[in-house]
Design a protein around this ligand. Structure first.
Ligand SMILES: [Zn+2]
Ligand SMILES: [Zn+2]
Length: 376
């Protein structure tokens, strides 16, 4: 028997310990003008298809990982656990939604339409009822999803088992779905796989770009040692299902994976600009003496800058690594003696890990007021 006082003390100690292990990470990526930057994963599986975790675990993982919203997207046509878990295509969402409400994670009802290529696998989000999507003809399935006003995106277009001659290509069926406004987006990243052709295809066809985990196992099996999971960034008015849908339907997304950001130039530029700040914008030089500048990076993204417009008067750093959460000191100096100038320099850098197309990275200009006086 435990004396009463010790018993209570034990309970209190355990609850403090439990509270200490319940922590949520934050992903520091700034908001952009007019919108919040939400961190989302729109492709996850549970035991209700071929995943290995209960739906509540998906929500708890998302909370721990600093996400704002997830979609539960169990396969419709692939139900390998049906002898143990009765088929009910809405059930994984219903279970997850309760946890989402408790933890403040927006849970979106989705499903993975799982077919051979074409059309391959397609996720439908914001479904009202998944059960009517059980049909033989995939065209009728997407029509039913559209009847429910769902957002549809093409999953892992570069998934090896579904490639033709080893290449990622879109078929007439995909082109038609884009024309008919049935397809609204595509994964340019699934897990750690990036599909460059699909990034360009999304840009050309006004499709939202997504990057999701397609997680089946517990998240730490695929992303061990605090590795950050693949996320879709959504630029939304607020963290509600309605605002997320509005953002997705209007292609206000970007993808963050392994320290690379993929997305439209306008969004990546805003994220970059709102991540950093200089301590000075005026550079006062004497002769060839060094002048130091500091730039702080308040985001979780490590930026890799490379100078692209050199000049013959002032030397700006050729390369700058802006480490996440750090302030970097760098030097500026006159390239020659005897200069007397006072002018504004537009210094252009490219940011090597911000990809605005499959072939191009973001370029951005900084304005510096530079004055040089001869050294006495
Ligand atoms: Zn799939
Ligand atoms: Zn999947």
């Amino acid at each position: 028997m435990i004396p009463r006082r010790i018993f209570f003390f034990t309970i209190i100690s355990f609850s403090i310990l439990a509270a200490q292990t319940d922590y949520r990470s934050t992903i520091k990526i700034p908001d952009i003008p007019g919108y919040k930057t939400l961190k989302c994963d729109f492709h996850t599986h549970t035991v209700f298809s071929d995943g290995s975790v209960w739906p509540t675990v998906r929500v708890e993982e998302a909370w721990h990982d600093g996400l704002d919203a997830i979609a539960i997207t169990d396969h419709i046509e692939y139900q390998p656990k049906k002898n143990d878990i009765p088929i009910n295509h809405n059930r994984s969402y219903e279970i997850a939604k309760k946890s989402g409400d408790y933890l403040g994670i927006t849970v979106i009802k989705g499903a993975e339409i799982t077919r051979g290529m074409p059309p391959g696998h397609i996720n439908a989000l914001f479904l009202k009822d998944t059960n009517p999507l059980v049909k033989d003809d995939w065209k009728e399935v997407v029509a039913e999803a559209k009847k429910q006003d769902a957002f549809l995106f093409w999953n892992h277009p570069g998934w090896t088992p579904q490639l033709k001659d080893g290449k990622t290509i879109w078929y007439d069926e995909h082109i038609q779905m884009v024309k008919d406004k049935i397809l609204n987006g595509a994964e340019i990243v699934n897990g750690y796989d990036y599909y460059p052709e699909i990034q360009d295809w999304c840009l050309q066809n006004n499709l939202a770009m997504l990057g999701n985990t397609d997680i089946h196992s517990p998240i730490t099996f695929d992303y061990p040692d605090h590795e950050r999971r693949t996320i879709t960034l959504v630029f939304a008015k607020d963290n509600t299902e309605e605002s997320i849908k509005d953002a997705l339907m209007n292609q206000r997304t970007a993808v963050f994976v392994k320290n690379v950001l993929y997305g439209k130039e306008e969004y990546l530029k805003e994220i970059f600009i709102n991540s950093i700040s200089f301590n000075k914008s005026d550079i006062k030089l004497k002769g060839k003496d060094w002048f130091s500048l500091q730039v702080a990076n308040n985001s979780d993204i490590n930026y890799e800058l490379e100078l692209i417009n050199d000049n013959d008067q002032i030397q700006f750093p050729k390369a700058i690594k802006l480490a996440a959460g750090k302030t970097v000191l760098f030097q500026v100096y006159a390239k020659k003696d005897g200069l007397t100038i006072s002018e504004t320099f537009d210094v252009e850098y490219q940011i090597k890990n911000l990809k605005v197309t499959s072939q191009e990275v973001l370029k951005t200009k900084f304005k510096f007021n530079v004055s040089v006086e001869p050294k006495n």
